[in-house]
Design a protein around this ligand. Structure first.
Ligand code: NDP
Ligand code: 2IT
Length: 443
């Protein structure tokens, strides 16, 4: 049996029920075949793939907290420190009811290659909790965050592991988490990124994932003889990534016509009103049903998906496995030319294959959404030198990083005989650096 297939089988057997983790491993390892074949003897002797799919450390902990009625609640917290070959563990925290170890491991595994692609010295990690922030008061969020950090602070640090946000974790949560770390440790350190600008945060970090997505899309389109300006774009999600992807798409002359949340989706034929969206989601923390009050011409739907709306470019920015084969078929039938993943693993494996086989330019999340973690690494640099850079400086660095990521994935795809396959290109380019570092450091 091929080495890659042996390791995929091993992962499924050793991690029963963790279907998202299986999916992420399959997607990466399948596309590493050419590079693994070329180095099979060394990789097998060094058990390189077996080491790659086994987290260096998995931490699972109890998070007790008190709700507004005085009732004690208990959630489960996780931190998976997956791979530190090229730098301290780095990756977000996700607070969502559906979180379990399989989700955190898939995200941590993806993060290894994403972080490598940025060219910055950051390893892969991820964490979170099955805590559901929906409908919770600020005090309840604070109570939960303080308890979560009471345990997590034993395992992280500026040179060890530096968490940040993900679904359900934004500036408010990072503020509470940072405050608790500082109080317990008695030290003001860059232990988290996505911090407020008043206490060590970086300009552009809020916008970075969405802006970076558009910078990478721009590179991919121009490289293939297209441009963003004048294009109709569909976006899913309405959180941090979606909002700033839409903002940058509009700045670059495209028109975004959809957004969604877990209850429904909006079609606004005149183009999504970003100011209204920010007010609804960032300030009032409301549902998308409110959008029609700002834009009477828009439609709100509970059934179906945003992918039924004809577009040139589709940007899934909500969550894993939200773009299925039927959606991919609809996109192709409606004349879509490009898909770039703002979320992590939003496109199912069969949908990805279908899009690629039908000539759609496809930018995988680990390349396309790497702008967030890249800017987090720039925040770490600023914290280390105890300085803050200007918006323009960080934004320029972000643009250069995203252009570099496109170049790396396009080059790797060429080198390994699959030109234009950016999924394989991103996986191979991300893997090469980590593999070489692991081999150099020995057992
Ligand atoms: P937010 O919490 O800010 O927003 C998430 C959005 O996606 C919300 O609109 C939410 O709807 C929707 N959503 C989440 N889960 C589901 C679901 N199961 N079904 C339908 N809609 C859902 O998160 P982010 O914008 O930060 O993250 C979005 C994606 O981008 C995630 O995949 C994340 O891993 C990825 N990402 C984030 C980065 C960052 O810097 N923040 C960096 C790189 C990737 P609702 O309000 O109803 O929950
Ligand atoms: O998926 C991701 O890359 C993130 N949620 C951002 C991680 C980070 O450390 O900024």
């Amino acid at each position: 049996m091929a080495y890659v297939d042996e390791v995929i089988e091993l992962v499924v057997k050793k991690n029963p029920g963790e279907i998202e983790f299986h999916q992420a491993v399959k997607e990466v390892l399948e596309s590493l075949r050419p590079i693994v074949d070329a180095h099979e003897e060394v990789y097998r002797r060094e058990a390189l793939l077996e080491r790659l799919v086994e987290p260096e450390r998995q931490i699972k902990f109890r998070v007790p907290w008190i709700d507004d009625k005085g009732q004690v609640q208990v959630n489960t917290g996780y931190r998976v420190q997956f791979n530190s070959a090229i730098g301290p563990y780095k990756g977000g925290l996700r607070f969502r009811r559906s979180v379990y170890i399989g989700i955190i491991k898939f995200l941590g595994f993806e993060q290894i290659f994403k972080n490598s692609l940025t060219g910055l010295p950051i390893g892969g990690g991820k964490g979170g909790s099955d805590f559901d922030p929906k409908g919770k008061s600020d005090r309840e969020i604070m109570s939960f965050c303080k308890s979560f950090m009471t345990e997590l602070c034993k395992h992280i640090g500026a040179d060890v592991d530096v968490p940040a946000g993900d679904i359900g974790v934004g500036g408010r949560e990072i503020g509470y988490l940072f405050g608790q770390y500082k109080n317990i440790k008695g030290a003001f350190e860059g232990c988290l990124t996505g911090k407020g600008l008043e206490f060590g945060g970086s300009l552009v970090r809020t916008e970075a994932t969405g802006y970076g997505l558009l910078y990478l899309l721009d590179e991919m389109l121009r490289h293939n003889g297209h441009e963003i300006s004048g294009k109709t774009v569909t976006v899913s999600g309405s959180g941090n990534v979606a909002i700033y992807a839409i903002e940058k798409a509009h700045q670059l002359g495209a028109k975004v016509v959809t957004v969604s949340d877990s209850n429904g989706w909006v079609y606004d034929p005149d183009g999504i009103d970003v100011a209204a969206l920010k007010e609804i989601k960032e300030q009032k923390r409301q549902r998308l049903t409110e959008y029609k009050k700002y834009r009477p011409n828009s439609e709100y739907h509970e059934d179906g998906t945003v992918w039924s709306i004809p577009c040139h470019i589709a940007l899934p920015c909500a969550t894993q496995n939200e773009l299925h084969l039927a959606d991919a078929q609809a996109l192709v039938d409606n004349g879509c030319i490009a898909v770039a993943e703002g979320a992590n693993m939003p496109t199912t494996l069969d949908a990805t294959k279908y899009l690629q086989q039908h000539g759609i330019l496809f930018a995988p999340g680990k390349a396309a959404n790497a702008g967030g973690v890249a800017t987090s690494a720039l925040e770490m640099s600023q914290n280390s030198e105890r300085l803050s850079w200007s918006f323009e400086k960080v934004d320029r660095r972000l643009q250069r990083i995203m252009a570099g990521i496109f170049q790396k994935m396009a080059d790797a795809a060429e080198r390994y005989g699959v030109p234009g396959d950016y999924v394989a290109g991103a996986n191979i380019a991300g893997f090469e650096k980590v593999a070489n570092a692991m081999l150099a450091q020995g057992i």
